[in-house]
Design a protein around this ligand. Structure first.
Ligand SMILES: Nc1ncnc2c1ncn2[C@@H]1O[C@H](COP(=O)(O)OP(=O)(O)OP(=O)(O)O)[C@@H](O)[C@H]1O
Ligand SMILES: [Mg+2]
Length: 314
């Protein structure tokens, strides 16, 4: 089971689109995949299920909100039954048939528009009167997601993708703490690439802080420590000319490599027509079939993704 967070501070760089398509393609290739939507905008969730279905069947008790919330109101809910992580996971109908043809599986843990309040609530849980309390609250607040993932059977999933919101709040930090790998989609432009170096620094800072708190525990074993690895930057919505990124994009791709970031060889080009209709169908572009450059590029990116994971595992 490999856990991958899809992160970039910058909004609208293709995080959700990439998550949905990579996850769907891997499931189509026979892998067992879980997608976790951690963004209160819930775009990933609405890429697979309709707002009506979400409102009626999912929102009341089957979203990530139900998982995070008890931490803030545990005293009130003491007598109620604990939420089981697995019970929050659904299998979107739109894709189940096609992925099952090859024995794959694609599941979803949906988001909730209220997740924004959960983040604020979690922030109030931090701190304490002394170092021991500060450390305990820090670890408790940041391990909520990994505690849930740890309830799952290791064999039940090959990949877990976590689609993060465009910020570095506590919910995003939960994703990082839970992750083996970080995947960074970016547009090759100034604003999208500017934040990559900053993201790397923030990641390092969180890992250091977390591991220091773990050590302060006294009885720490190395398994509790975290070391998420940056799998790479994958350029999306790339404008091409003659099969190559337009000259305006190239400096940003070069700069990303120059700061020592691993960069995917695969890129996904911009195609407004294809992506504009996708979310409504509950069916990611890559599964729609037919001959299309973007589909080929997503397939190539998926192959490269698995290759990079394999290389890292060796
Ligand atoms: N290759 C592409 N070509 C054209 N449009 C695209 C492409 N990939 C994604 N889009 C569109 O760009 C918009 C933003 O994409 P997406 O929601 O995946 O970004 P995001 O990084 O998850 O955004 P947010 O930060 O708001 O979560 C969407 O409307 C999506 O359909
Ligand atoms: Mg998104």
């Amino acid at each position: 089971m490999e856990i991958i967070s899809v992160i970039n501070y910058k909004g609208g760089v293709g995080k959700t689109t990439l998550t949905a398509n990579l996850a769907a393609e891997l499931a189509f290739r026979g892998k067992k995949v879980l997608m976790i939507d951690l963004d209160p905008q819930a775009s990933l969730t609405f890429s697979f299920i309709s707002p009506e279905e979400w409102k009626d069947n999912i929102a009341p008790a089957k979203t990530i909100k139900s998982w995070f919330q008890p931490i803030g109101s545990r005293s009130k809910k003491k007598d109620e039954e604990e939420v089981k992580f697995e019970d929050l996971i659904i299998e979107p109908e739109s894709t189940s048939e096609i992925v099952r043809e090859n024995d794959g599986m694609l599941k979803l843990l949906s988001s909730h528009l209220d997740l924004i309040n959960v983040d604020l609530e979690l922030a109030t849980q931090l701190g304490g009167a002394n170092m021991t309390q500060v450390k305990e609250s820090f670890l408790k607040v940041h391990t909520r997601l990994i505690d849930g993932i740890n309830q799952l059977n290791e064999e039940d999933y090959d990949y877990i993708f976590i689609d993060c919101p465009p910020n570095f709040n506590i919910v995003t930090k939960n994703a990082i703490v839970a992750s083996d790998y970080i995947l960074i989609p970016a547009k090759p432009d100034y604003l999208s690439t500017m934040g990559i170096d900053y993201l790397k620094k923030s990641l390092n800072k969180l890992v250091k802080e977390y591991n220091e708190y773990c050590e302060a525990d006294g009885e720490v074993n190395d398994e509790e420590k975290i070391s998420p690895k940056i799998l790479g930057v994958l350029f999306t919505m790339v404008q091409l000319y003659g099969g190559q990124p337009i000259s305006a994009s190239r400096p940003f791709i070069a700069q990303t490599k120059k700061i020592g970031m691993p960069v995917f060889e695969s890129m996904i080009r911009e195609n407004k027509t294809l992506f504009s209709s996708a979310p409504i169908d509950g069916y990611p572009v890559v599964l729609q079939g037919g001959q299309n450059n973007v589909i080929t590029e997503i397939e190539e990116a998926t192959t490269e993704f698995e290759k990079k994971i394999r290389e890292n595992e060796e």
